[in-house]
Design a protein around this ligand. Structure first.
Ligand code: MG
Length: 243
């Protein structure tokens, strides 16, 4: 079978062109075809792992006490922070990935600065992309929604009004370690409501508060963690594609 297949594939391209560093010719017809992903409008890509679709909190645990998640299911196929219960995280762990998360700050505005609609999306359980209601609510730049908390402010503020859903699309390249040594740092690209916040920005280490970040070697995968910062933030439609 193989020779026929080879012949068919050669008809897809060229074998008399220069060879790339990959070992394939430019326009090589025998280069493997890629998997097909169905990507219908407003649908989860067919190869994504759904972490939360509103039907249950299965697959999520409470970080602080190890018991079942204390956040609650609410209307609109969403979950809501239960202040004081603590952060929640997935039992599944991920390294490099494409992550989709939607979130909403309460329509009834309460508090200001870091005290309004504060939560967070912690990649690998320790690198926070800030969630905050920054609609007409300034705070320190590296703590703004879309920011790599405590490190790098977002390029722009594209948050929607309180009570409206926001959409994060995040491309995450996990850091690589060789024993205790950092081989390559984490790199992130973030879009908030389709607007670029970070384009391939290098992280300085896990998220810290009021101190400089720095890397310490850790596992090559970690959970997705959502922050309880005492505010009634909602999340929905969370899915991941491992890269
Ligand atoms: Mg936060």
């Amino acid at each position: 079978m193989e020779p026929i297949r080879q012949l068919e594939n050669e008809h897809l391209g060229y074998s008399d062109t220069p060879v790339l560093s990959s070992g394939y010719h430019v326009h090589d017809g025998t280069r493997p075809q890629m998997p097909v992903v169905k990507a219908e409008p407003n649908q989860v890509p067919s190869d994504a792992v759904i972490l939360f679709d509103g039907s249950s909190l299965e697959g999520w645990t409470n970080c602080r006490d190890g018991e079942a998640c204390g956040w609650k299911l609410v209307e609109d196929e969403a979950m809501e922070v239960v202040p004081g219960v603590g952060d929640i995280q997935t039992t599944a762990e991920f390294g490099s990935m494409q992550l989709h998360v939607e979130f909403m700050s309460p329509a009834v505005v309460k508090g200001m600065g870091q005290g309004r609609g504060n939560s967070g999306v912690f990649l690998m359980g320790q690198y926070e992309i800030q969630v905050l209601d920054n609609w007409e609510n300034p705070t320190y730049a590296d703590g703004t929604v879309g920011g790599i908390y405590g490190q790098t402010p977002p390029l722009v503020n594209s948050i929607r009004k309180p009570g409206e859903w926001n959409v994060y699309d995040i491309l995450w390249k996990a850091p690589v370690f060789d024993a205790e040594d950092l081989v390559s740092p984490a790199v992130v690209t973030v879009l908030l409501n389709g607007v670029v916040q970070h384009h391939a920005v290098t992280l300085k280490g896990p998220t810290e508060h009021r101190v400089l970040p720095g890397y310490k070697a850790h596992a090559d995968k970690g959970p997705l963690k959502l922050q309880d910062h005492g505010d009634l933030v909602r999340f929905k439609n969370i899915w991941v594609r491992e890269l």
